[in-house]
Design a binder for this molecule. Sequence first.
Ligand code: PLP
Length: 309
Amino acid sequence: MQAQDTRYVYFRKEICPDADAVVSIRNHSLLYGTSIFEGIRGYWIEDQNAIAIFRAREHFERLLSNANIFYMHIDETVDDCLNILAELIRKNAHRGDTYIRPTLFKDGISIGPSLDKDPTSLSIFTQPLGDYIPIDKGLHVCVSNWRRNGDNAIPPRAKAGGAYMNTALAVTDARRSGFDDAIVLTEQGKVSEGSAMNLFLVRNGQLITPSNTENILEGITRATIIELARKELGLTVVERTVERTELYVADELFFCGTGAQVAGVTQVDHRPIGTGEVGVLSKKIQDLYFQVVRNQVPQYSDWCQIVQL
Ligand SMILES: Cc1ncc(COP(=O)(O)O)c(C=O)c1O
């Protein structure tokens, strides 16, 4: 990333130059991982000279609701966050696909991990971002031997900064072993999700995805795909416990997430999935997803916050 791509950020209740938004090396969230965050995408719409921010309201709602888990209360409301974000997008004026990272973090220098001593601040930055993982080639992934942190340890639904040490281990080891990414299991050995994305299997024409009680992040893309699959494609979608070997016998498999978007998986642990090519339904869902996020499907335009540049 070039410094000029993120000229302004939101930090301590104001929009300021990126270079001015600094925290101490004694900062609590740096030392103890005490932050929670969101990843949001804005899609560039050339002919409207605008960015369509996808489901920003739902992302900020999730952030502020997760704040309750960690006693991270802030003054900004969801509507405030949406307005701040629109202003930031306009000020940075990046004419291209954009990634948005709001974070709530413990903004103090208390020693000791207690969440009670330091105030919580909201920061938001935006930066250009293309594909986070390849979306067309068909990913080769492994089942990680790192297990996903459980709800009674560091709750995955909270999207806590510190929890991403688990993601870091899973994805780094997968890549060092030659895979594109990893799938993690729960401590009980059931399928949870990808390193930083949810997953869907296709079997006998049905979509199957691990349920919200399998230590997943309750993904907004996952919810989007469930709705689109049911309403637009007439598919049956089942949320349930998924066994590891169900991955190997699936007809199709794909990852989904704000960063990942929709990306077909064609090998798990060296076993081809289905035909070994990105599946027909996976592709159909991917195509529909990209039309929706780029505000090309009028009945879902409520999901796109349009910011004119
Ligand atoms: C661990 C994890 N699971 C799932 C997702 C997908 O969530 P969403 O669709 O809300 O971006 C993410 C996204 O960042 C993630 O980090």
